[in-house]
Design a protein around this ligand. Structure first.
Ligand code: BES
Ligand code: MG
Ligand code: ZN
Length: 506
């Protein structure tokens, strides 16, 4: 883990990183730097090599021993800077430096940043951005020189009053905990499906129990899943040689009688589509189809480490969706835990099936609310792109809080509709509900019809009354495919952990 310090003086390091606003006077941060360095920076500005525009980087050498290399990073205009921007900018600077194999870095906490963000938040977000940027999944690289150099030490530079210093330190600690949760989720997502089976995922959940005495993990076998009547979950996993699991992680941070919030994560460890097989190009990246599960585990791990005084339950239906002689088929009619019958039209719409049983199970807790996270539809990605995820909920208060925390954490959400039209489209001729449907055409509105399918299982199947308040997040923005970005490497990005942690702790 990276060591973070706060110092008045520059510590010798590979590089000094200075964030600068386009519209804040240079004098603002110059007082924290020595005269020579201020002169260097002023020169870069005078020559217009750097204007501190948003995401601009400028890297140069000086003749000083203390700060041999300097990296200026542009924050753009003060009032325009969002949390998401800030994290991307800080992240891109550290990723840039890490790619140059620097492992010790200085970062100037300029006064303008302390004015822009609340002190503790500034430290949290800065640390989270750095830790996310410098995480790499390179376990399978067999050549040492192909492995990424780990960041060892970061010095936050500046002179602060006692109170500010205390809050910065608190923020650093909290940032490290949150970042660990995010990177844990990313790590689970990046593991290849040869290793990441439902049992492997279950063992990771059992590990959390060992880490924290307030966590209890239970893993149900296929036999137990069958006994509970979870016919949909069982069917989805039947084509795979890996056993299906239902994972329950309970965290009690307060009085056990207090209603828990339940979070549910889709845990398809590989989605081939099943007998409705995906075309080859669409099958790539389907190891990430358990990112809902990964984020849910990352969230409960973080909440427990932060000792949040809430009760939280994480539920993960985990299965591999494969074609085989024993696979479930289109035309099958399955029965979910609540007794509802489901006509299968397409075995690639498997996520909603395994979630259906989990949403039924969630009712047992008489929960305060249930929030599910799932890489559910390609349609949601088509609608929103890879920078926002879809939020579906009939609850105005959940929506308002979730959307605003999305902005605050930089994990942005956009609300998409539920409603009668979408629910209507999922009615089956031969069963209570079918697993695919569109509005006005079979491919239309399918992120919302998928959500409507889930909603059905949050209600009493006979009366239609809701069993509990519910929200669904379709993780359209959880994967940065093969390329990655300036502030984060390719693969899983851990979307959901930060917004859920903030939502559930407040
Ligand atoms: N795992 C996919 C959704 C997905 C696709 C997530 C691409 C991330 C990237 C899901 O199980 C699926 O296959 N959905 C189908 C549903 C369709 C058959 C109604 C889809 O979105 O095409
Ligand atoms: Mg099997
Ligand atoms: Zn699928």
């Amino acid at each position: 883990m990276t060591k973070y310090n706060i110092n008045k003086e520059i510590k010798k390091s590979a590089c000094l990183i200075i964030p600068i606003f386009e519209d804040v006077s240079l004098d603002d941060f110059s007082k924290n730097l020595d005269k020579d360095l201020s002169k260097f920076v002023a020169k870069v500005f005078a020559n217009k090599d750097f204007e501190a525009k948003k995401k601009q980087l400028s890297f140069f050498y000086t003749d000083s021993e203390k700060y041999e290399r300097v990296l200026l990073i542009g924050l753009g205009k003060e009032k325009d800077l969002t949390t998401k921007n800030y994290k991307e900018i800080v992240g891109s600077a550290f990723l840039f430096a890490q790619n140059k194999k620097y492992s010790k870095l200085n970062f100037v906490l300029v006064d303008a940043l302390l004015k822009k963000f609340e002190v503790k938040k500034l430290a949290v977000e800065t640390v989270v951005a750095i830790e996310i940027a410098t995480y790499a999944y390179d376990e399978f690289k067999t050549k040492k020189e192909d492995k990424v150099v780990r960041l060892e030490e970061v010095n936050f530079l500046g002179s602060f009053e006692k109170n500010v210093l205390k809050n910065l330190q608190k923020g650093i600690e909290e940032g490290l905990v949150i970042a660990e949760g995010v990177n844990f989720a990313r790590h689970l997502g990046n593991i290849p499906p040869t290793v990441m089976t439902p049992s492997y995922l279950a063992n990771e959940a059992l590990q959390l129990q060992k880490e924290n005495k307030n966590i209890k993990t239970k893993v149900l076998s296929e036999k137990e899943i069958e006994k509970l009547g979870m016919g949909c979950l069982l069917a989805v996993g039947r084509g795979s040689k890996h056993e299906t699991k239902f994972i329950i992680v309970e965290y009690f941070g307060t009085d056990k009688n207090k209603k828990p919030s339940v979070i549910v994560g889709k845990g398809i460890t590989f989605d081939s589509g099943g007998l409705s097989l995906k075309p080859g190009d669409y099958m790539v990246d389907m190891k990430f189809d358990m990112l809902g599960a990964a984020s849910v585990l990352g969230t409960i791990k973080t909440l427990a480490a932060l000792k949040v005084k809430k009760n939280i339950v994480a539920l993960i239906p985990a299965a591999e969706n494969m074609p085989g002689g024993d696979s479930y088929r289109p035309d099958d009619i399955l029965q979910a835990m609540n007794g509802a019958t489901v006509e299968i039209k397409n075995t690639d719409a498997e996520g909603r099936l395994i979630l259906a049983d989990a949403l039924c199970y969630a009712g047992k807790y008489n929960p305060k609310e249930v929030i599910d996270l799932a890489t559910l539809t390609g349609a949601c990605m088509s609608a929103l792109g890879l920078e926002k995820s879809g939020l579906f909920t009939p609850e105005e208060n959940i929506s308002e809080k979730m959307l605003s925390l999305g902005e605050e954490t930089g994990e942005n959400l956009w609300r998409l509709p539920l409603g009668e039209e979408y629910s209507e489209a999922m009615k089956s001729e031969v069963a209570d509900i079918k697993n695919i449907g569109g509005v006005g055409g079979e491919r239309y509105g399918t992120a919302s019809t998928a959500a409507a399918f889930l909603q059905f299982f949050t209600q009493n199947k006979d009366t239609g009354e809701k069993n509990y308040p519910w929200a669904h997040i379709d993780l359209a923005s959880a994967i940065y495919g093969s390329k990655g970005k300036a502030h984060i490497r390719a693969g899983a990005n851990g979307f959901g952990v930060q917004v859920l942690v903030e939502y559930l702790r407040s």
